[in-house]
Design a protein around this ligand. Structure first.
Ligand code: UD1
Ligand code: UDP
Length: 357
């Protein structure tokens, strides 16, 4: 069967890796890159380092307002689907590329599979929540990473096509961590001492677009006792400039360009604590057994919240220095088989057993 995988943003390149390998054993996979992320550090570096299949179509959409960006993608994806006539379209996660792919496929009555279905923050003001709810409601196959995701879909009245398969991102982590530990020189390059630094990433609208929130994050985190390594998403760089917040960045907060996946895994593994609003980074912290402060009021990854591991932190009301002192590092999470191991093979088998026949 001809399958089109639609990707466009950094985490989707990482999710594509294990699934693509499985799909290609049985199917003809065509990769469409919407061009939502286009900087080398957010896109090309992943294709090179992970040896991802080169996109068959690069739509070159770029950055715009949500409506314009999603609309441009929708138009261009539809053209590709009309030309390629796939038997199935696969979309990943919760970005505008996900929603555009889902709308284009469903309007053409092409079967649609959603990887990471059923996740909910229950906060419709998040662009990601809109994208994932709408995508789930037009999907034929809903591949859920967690039991909570399965329950969420049931609550919304979705009855068919739901499969608990585990997490493709854990497969990527397990495959690439040993390679990263051999190849990455990031600790030496940044002159870091393992366990003696914190790692920070922020890019969510709620943390970067509201001046008071971004100000508090930068100011409070700058007060911590160790170096804070901060690979900055370009969106956050722009907001710091536009909002005139460079003065909030203290000497311990080390801003660096976004790093490659291998460097990121090594930075995560040896961090004393990770602070993030990223979906992918909070999962990786959990799997690596590194304490993580999720800089949000809620998370879709509720299974991972525990007192000493992943913990929500409201930067407006809580004192970060006190919270950090209560966290401790534990052994890496032992996955129970449904958390990720074999997720891609499971997905591929389900596709084979349902859509292909
Ligand atoms: C997007 C996703 C978010 C995901 C994140 C992963 C949506 C609504 N958001 O957020 O769910 O967690 O990707 O990283 O789809 N920019 C560049 N270079 C690039 C790409 C973006 O400079 O290559 C800048 C532009 O100023 C752009 C801004 O970043 O306006 C935001 O980019 P966009 O893709 O719209 O959203 P992200 O914040 O990256
Ligand atoms: N990541 C990376 N380099 C960075 C920051 C993140 O390789 O500088 C990886 C990270 O390890 C994870 C994924 O990108 O696998 C998470 O993407 P992001 O935080 O952009 O998006 P989200 O997961 O929140 O949608």
């Amino acid at each position: 069967m001809k399958i089109i995988s639609i990707i466009g943003a950094r985490p989707q390149f990482i999710k594509l890796y294990p699934l693509s390998k499985e799909l290609r054993k049985l199917h003809n996979e065509i990769v469409v890159h919407t061009g939502q992320h286009y900087d080398d550090e957010l896109s090309r570096i992943f294709f090179d380092e992970l040896r991802l299949p080169k996109p068959d179509h690069n739509l070159g959409v770029g950055s715009f307002s949500h409506g314009r960006q999603t609309g441009l993608m929708l138009k261009k994806i539809e053209e590709v689907l009309l030309a390629e006539k796939p038997g199935l379209v696969i979309v990943f996660g919760d970005t505008n590329s996900t929603l555009a792919g889902a709308l284009a496929a469903s309007k053409l009555h092409t079967k649609l599979a959603h990887i990471e279905a059923g996740l909910r923050s229950f906060k419709m003001s998040m662009p990601e929540e809109i994208n994932r709810v709408l995508t789930d409601h037009v999907s034929d196959l809903l591949f859920c990473p967690t039991p909570t995701a399965v329950r969420n879909l049931g609550t919304e009245g979705i009855k068919e096509g739901i499969h608990l398969v585990g997490d493709v991102m854990l497969e990527s982590l397990k495959h690439f961590l040993p390679i990263a530990e051999k190849r990455s020189k990031v600790i030496e390059k940044l002159d870091l001492v393992p366990e003696e630094y914190y790692l920070l990433t922020i890019h969510r609208a709620e943390n970067t677009d509201i001046e008071n929130n971004l100000n508090k994050i930068l100011t409070n985190i700058s007060k911590l006792d160790k170096i804070i390594v901060f690979p900055v998403h370009p969106r956050t760089v722009s907001r710091i400039d536009e909002l005139g917040l460079t003065g909030c960045i203290g000497p311990k907060l080390k801003l660096i360009k976004p790093v490659s996946y291998l460097d990121m895994l090594v930075l995560e593994k040896h961090a004393s604590v990770i602070m993030t609003d990223s979906g992918g980074v909070q999962k990786e912290a959990y799997w690596l057994g590194v304490p993580c402060l999720v800089l949000r009021d809620e998370t879709e990854w509720v299974e991972m919240l525990t007192e000493y591991r992943n913990r929500l932190l409201n930067i407006q009301t809580e004192e970060i220095t006190q919270v950090i002192s209560t966290l401790s590092k534990t052994a890496p999470h032992k996955d129970n088989g449904l958390n990720g191991e074999g997720a891609s093979a499971r997905i591929s088998r389900i596709i084979e057993g349902t859509i292909s026949n």
